[in-house]
Design a binder for this molecule. Sequence first.
Ligand code: KG4
Ligand code: ZN
Length: 335
Amino acid sequence: MIILGIETSCDETGVALYHPEKGLIGHLLHSQVDLHSEYGGVVPELASRDHIRKLVPLIRQLLNNCQITPANLDAIAYTAGPGLAGALLVGAATAKSLAWTWNIPAIAIHHMEGHLLAPMLEPDPPEFPFIALLVSGGHTLLVGVNDIGRYQLLGESLDDAAGEAFDKIAKMLGLGYPGGPLLSKLATQGTSGRFKFPRPMTDRPGLDFSFSGLKTFTMNTLHKTKQSLQDKADIAFAFQEAVADTLSIKCRRALQQNDSKRLVVSGGVSANNKIRQTLTTMVEQENARIYFPRLEFCTDNGAMIAYAGCQRFLAGQRENLEIQVKARWPIDQLL
Ligand code: KG4
Ligand code: ZN
């Protein structure tokens, strides 16, 4: 049994083949970073057009590389939301058309479920139940995961997601797109202790996040300096440290409140070194275990969609050929 996975929710075209016993057979990714960089952020219309250009050739190349023919495929899983509507529609329309042509089912996958299950692609995956921190460009979620499809939303960002905050601060500091990795690189030149930024919403109970006040605080601090490279690096350091500590405080609380000893951290921001270190230290103090996807599967990719698709296929999920996407789709509405 082989599942083809397709990811086109934002600025990466990802495809992968997954086999339930053999695991990941192959995967390919085309990043649109060069396309969007001159605009300083993702331009949705350009993203959709590029997915149209790249997706089918990428699928063909993947099948060739892995010596798999369409006759070997059992289903096609695609990201149906949340994400950019136009970009999602390219993946959905392609998946449904190929599924119809090859006479196999298509399976709609929730993008954040893909991120949530990405650590399952690693050699020593977590057992259920666990707590998941999903930190991406569009979402910051804490989820209680009892099993595949059994998700309890414990907390979420009330305004900017963590990745969005990284991207906006990076823009403010005059760094390019994508902001997260560039800010993190600049922070390595920063001085520890020069600035201390707030850890938002950690002084009250609850597991929700809010990064927009931290963004304003960072902007005000920047404007009080001469905005030299060292000032910017020190600010990047303090901002990153504040985000890392905030995530860590909330994750510790989630583990304790749910009496859990397993934390999964996934989504683009989980590629951040400082955040990985801070969370790892906290989890060790809690005598718990932490699970990350490998770096290339922290950000958007086809492998996590193929994996989620395989689990959904095995659980009997099927759908008709109607092409539908959901730009907004709360994860706790998944069955
Ligand atoms: O999961 P992802 O690839 O796409 C979404 O589903 O949104 O996440 C992209 C986000 C962007 O905001 C990007 O700046 C952030 O992840 N990101 C990082 C790092 N790598 C990617 N943020 C901080 N540090 C990084 N190393
Ligand atoms: Zn994502």
